[in-house]
Design a protein around this ligand. Structure first.
Ligand code: NAD
Length: 477
């Protein structure tokens, strides 16, 4: 195994105080020990990125796009290693690990294309109403960017930031999560294999100390953060100190609205995918079920039966539908919510308990008729826990759906497409799925409203997040 840090094209062992112990969550066992970066190493990484910036942003978009295409190719070449690593360190079922890898590959391929397109229109004419002047605008690389990511989709979340940043001409210092630091090392290995110019992509590992030091570093031009709301607030404070832009992709407590005209079995499938994929550790988990009262009992009965058939287990030993929670802290947190549910007297239709040790497994869980002031209804749990409520009218469903501090995503299931589109327009979220699984395409945007964050990733908006706009105006006289 390479040392943990990749700075200025060189591998280094961490010299900081933080010890990282990534685990196999199916066994609850440590699989590696790494030392986090020191403040000096973070400084070295930012300095390396600053030195690499000029030459990197001077390359043509096609040249940068060529590197990104090669990243996609190298990810594919490492497929079996990356599937094994995600199953072992994240506890992802094989098919989910495969979807994540495909997503990362698609992201690098897509931004390779957008980088190449930058060459066609470096300067865009801006029509003016005033005579005698001419203006054009150019989108330039923002500069040196710090990227901080969580552990739930390490390959994907990092790809969503690295690929557009490099496409735009920015240079990068990435800090992966302390829970899954081995997975992003592959991006450094690929950078080395491809001969990416030193300093363009730097990776520093560590936990909160390293994250805080990176987000406070004066040498950054932007910070892009994905993670929890409390940490996102700290990152935003650090950025405010330097008056620099920040993208925040934060938590969610998203609704899934199921109407009386739906196909019940199909609805059950989408509901389960919406809160059990990745063992429910998704910012976009649709963990608040709003179901029309006419079908509530029969839908919940089918849902409960389907959940009891779900195969939960170690993805390295068998074909499973759901693996463990990825880290012990998350496992303890979900168990705490089970205890809160018992204290609140919630009606548990299925689950609500830990599964056999070793490993951090919990059963898929459904609570019914959850009151609006329950902590389980309002707070992000980040586990396979669904809370259900019933509604009688579309207006009531919409009001319940929007009554949340978060606003990341929503799903609408109804045979009435006019109604579904009406709701899609009225839901206070960044992404709505109609009669669909949570399919995220690289061409569409990702990001939330309200407490779910600031800014957008993916699509052309994801590229714009790493660009600065400049206008040039001249007098024709
Ligand atoms: P977290 O906030 O605990 O950690 C995220 C990252 O921040 C980690 O790399 C961590 O080491 C780092 N960090 C910790 N303290 C820091 C500090 N003081 N300053 C700077 N960085 C610091 O989140 P997590 O538990 O890793 O991930 C789960 C959260 O992420 C959930 O709330 C989930 O909803 C959210 N998430 C959001 C999206 C999205 O796209 N909106 C996607 C995935 C996850």
């Amino acid at each position: 195994m390479n040392p943990a840090l990749y700075i200025n094209g060189q591998w280094q062992d961490g010299q900081g105080d933080e010890q990282l112990s990534p685990c196999d969550p199916s066994l609850g066992q440590v699989i590696a020990r790494l030392q986090g970066a020191s403040a000096q190493q973070i400084d070295l990484a930012v300095t390396a990125a600053r030195q690499a910036l000029g030459p990197w942003r001077s390359l043509s978009g096609s040249q940068r796009g060529h590197y990104l295409h090669s990243f996609a190719h190298e990810l594919e070449r490492r497929r079996s290693t990356l599937l094994e690593l995600q199953m072992r360190n994240n506890g992802k079922p094989r098919h989910e690990a495969s979807v994540d890898l495909d997503d990362a590959i698609a992201t690098f391929t897509y931004y390779a294309g957008l980088a190449q397109q930058l060459d066609a229109t470096p300067n865009r004419e801006v029509p003016l109403s005033a005579p005698g002047f001419q203006a054009h605008c150019r989108a330039e690389a923002l500069g040196v960017v710090g990227l901080i990511v969580p552990w739930n989709f390490p390959l994907v979340t990092s790809a969503w930031k690295i690929a557009p940043a490099l496409a735009a001409g920015c240079t990068v210092v990435l800090k992966p999560s302390e829970v899954t630091p081995l997975i992003e090392q592959v991006y450094a290995e690929i950078a080395e294999t491809l001969g990416l110019p030193p300093g363009v992509l730097n990776i520093v590992v560590g936990a909160s100390t390293v994250g805080a030091a990176l987000s406070a570093h004066p040498g950054l031009d932007k910070l892009s953060f994905t993670g929890s709301n409390p940490v996102g607030q700290k990152v935003m404070h650090s950025c405010a100190e330097h008056c620099r832009p920040v993208t925040l992709e934060l938590g969610g407590k998203s609704p899934i609205l199921v109407f009386e005209d739906c196909d019940l079995d199909q609805a059950v499938e989408w509901i389960i995918a919406g809160f059990c994929w990745n063992a429910g550790q998704m910012c976009s988990a649709t963990s608040r079920l709003l179901v029309h009262e006419a079908i509530a009992d029969s839908l919940l009965q089918r849902l409960t039966q389907a959940l009891e058939r779900l195969r939960v287990g170690n993805p390295q030993h068998q074909e499973v539908d759901m693996g463990p929670l990825t880290c012990e802290a998350q496992y303890r947190k979900v168990l705490d919510y089970f205890a809160i549910a018992r204290d609140e007297g919630l009606v548990c239709l299925t689950g609500g308990e830990a599964l056999a040790e070793p490993g951090w497994f919990v059963s898929p869980t459904v609570y019914d008729q959850v009151p609006g002031d329950s902590r389980l209804w309002r707070e992000e749990i980040f586990g396979p826990v669904l809370c259900a409520r019933r509604f009688s009218t579309e207006a009531e469903a919409l009001a319940l759906a929007n009554d949340s501090a978060f606003g990341l995503v929503a799903t609408v299931i109804s045979a009435d497409l006019a109604r579904a589109e009406r709701l899609a327009a009225a839901l206070e979220v960044g992404h709505v799925w109609i009669n669909s699984i949570q399919a995220v395409f690289v061409e569409t945007s990702w990001g939330g409203t309200k407490g779910s964050g600031i800014g957008r990733e993916l699509g052309p908006w994801g590229l714009a997040a790493y660009q600065s706009l400049k206008h040039v105006t001249r007098c024709l006289g």
